[in-house]
Design a protein around this ligand. Structure first.
Ligand code: ADP
Ligand code: ASP
Ligand code: MG
Length: 449
């Protein structure tokens, strides 16, 4: 069984939706995980923000616009009158009760945010049915659930997903929503923005898929962020570790948590371009293609915290005290550097920052810097090879660097810069690629001796 996930742009228009059946495997059963049509989740989030601001007329107008957009898609997507009618009725049937609540009072705003995926999945299911596929809809709300720590509840998911598949034993294609789930109390929730990739990975894990394919609008993972750097190129092979670092440190093409569920079961993750399906894309497995620098990513919205102890920092017990505070605040730490008297570390979730600073201030001097960016250089940096860090720093010699972290793993050199320098840093680091090829060949020669 294969799991295929199609992102927002891959379901973003009638034309794109019509391409999906051609991309399904002919030889294996498929579970198709869909995102909302491009831009729709953003608009739904806006609707919920307008509701919170009590701007109900604006919320209703925006919501109505989304209904009209989907009705239009339904009226153009299908060939037969019957399916056109079913499509339009399906869309109106989903909007109608939520529109009523918008007027009369809302209970759970996440119901609105979930609508985008429900719409695209329902429309694709009808399209496949019209074309004669043996297709079954398996609602994500019937099996996708997170626990009290917002982690996937694998036991629950496995039991319920298997039940859903068994209810429809003759289907060759199952369709389900990405992103949306229930929380520990069974309420409607989601896996966070961009979470459809994560859904696909969790589903792949649970059904022991032979492959998880992530279909998007670009030919795989590029060696730098194509939104800011022009001459990027696809990386054909990445190890799970390399891909996880890139996803975690900002490569938008993959939701940060996508790799782990597949790594655990050794399931290949393949990133493919819907607009150019014959391109090989990027394959992620345990194998790394070769040593050296593979790709660069950047993660914004980072807060740096400098903690200076009046006593000797590395007196034992000090670090424990510091990290207990982050644990109590349920705030993960990304980068850490230490000196004799202080620690600098970074967090990307500053929602409990005040509590953290108050607690740390009881035994240390604390300084906070917001608007920082982690620049992450990813590759396979064998400890025996020389020169990687030097090359990275050489590219960035014009940029003030706030922190450097190297050696935590063989796969990552991270640098913290003020967000103001992010784009400049990414562009300067692109010089690494032609230069690194030469460096590698020199290093390979050294190895061969
Ligand atoms: P989808 O809607 O299919 O999930 P996303 O917009 O989430 O697509 O991810 C694809 C986009 O990620 C690309 O269009 C590209 O602009 C952006 N991106 C950022 N970093 C990278 C990278 N290193 N490689 C490829 N794409 C990247
Ligand atoms: N539709 C959701 C979002 O825009 C989930 C996804 O696309 O992966 O965040
Ligand atoms: Mg995405």
């Amino acid at each position: 069984m294969k799991v295929l996930k199609f992102g927002g742009t891959s379901v973003g228009s009638v034309d794109r939706l019509r391409r999906i059946p051609q991309l399904l495997p002919s030889d294996e059963t498929a579970i198709v995980v869909l995102s909302a049509m491009a831009g729709v989740t953003n608009e739904l989030v806006k609707v919920t923000e307008l509701v919170k601001d009590r701007k109900m007329a604006d919320a209703i107008q925006l919501f109505k616009g989304l209904e009209d957009k989907h009705v239009e898609v339904a009226s153009n997507l299908f060939k037969t009158k019957l399916y056109k009618k079913m499509g339009e009725e399906f869309v109106i049937g989903l909007f109608h009760p939520l529109m009523k609540k918008l007027v009369n009072g809302i209970d759970n705003l996440n119901k609105y945010i979930a609508l985008g995926e429900q719409l695209s999945v329902g429309l694709l299911k009808l399209l496949l049915a019209e074309q004669g596929y043996k297709v079954a809809y398996i609602p994500a709300f019937e099996f996708m659930r997170v626990d009290k720590d917002n982690e996937p509840d694998y036991f629950y998911i496995e039991q319920n997903l298997r039940r859903q598949l068994h209810i429809n034993p003759f289907a060759k294609v199952y369709v389900t929503e990405g992103f949306i789930c229930r929380n520990v109390n069974g309420e409607i929730s989601n896996l966070g923005r961009g979470g459809s990739d994560f859904t696909a990975a969790i589903v792949g894990n649970v059904v022991n898929a032979s492959e998880v394919q992530i279909w998007t609008d670009i030919d795989g993972v590029h060696n730098n962020d194509p939104r800011f750097v022009t001459n990027t190129s696809p990386v054909r092979q990445l190890s799970y570790d390399e891909a996880a670092e890139l996803a975690y440190f900002g490569a938008k093409i993959l939701h940060p948590q996508t790799i782990n569920p597949c790594r655990i079961k050794n399931i290949p993750v393949v990133l493919k371009n819907t607009l150019n399906p014959t391109d090989e894309g990027t394959v992620i497995t345990t194998l790394s293609s070769k040593s050296g620098i593979k790709a660069i990513a950047a993660k914004d919205g980072i807060t740096a915290i400098n903690i200076r102890s009046s006593r000797m920092l590395l007196a034992y017990g000090f670090l424990k005290r510091v990290f207990e505070i982050f644990e109590a605040a349920k705030t993960p730490v990304d980068m850490i550097t230490t000196s004799e008297v202080s620690i600098s570390l970074t967090i990307d979730n500053a929602s409990n920052l005040n509590d953290i600073v108050n607690a740390l201030s009881s035994f240390a001097h604390v300084e906070v810097e917001r608007n920082q960016t982690i620049i992450c250089v990813v590759g396979d940096f064998l400890a025996s090879h020389k020169g990687y860090a030097a090359r990275v720093l050489d590219c960035l010699k014009e940029i003030p660097i706030r922190m450097i972290s190297y050696g935590g793993s063989n796969n990552n050199i991270s640098l913290l810069v003020d967000s103001h320098y992010k784009v400049q840093a990414l562009r300067l680091l692109q010089q690494l690629f032609p230069a690194v090829k030469q460096a590698n060949s020199v290093l390979d020669e050294v190895d061969a001796q």
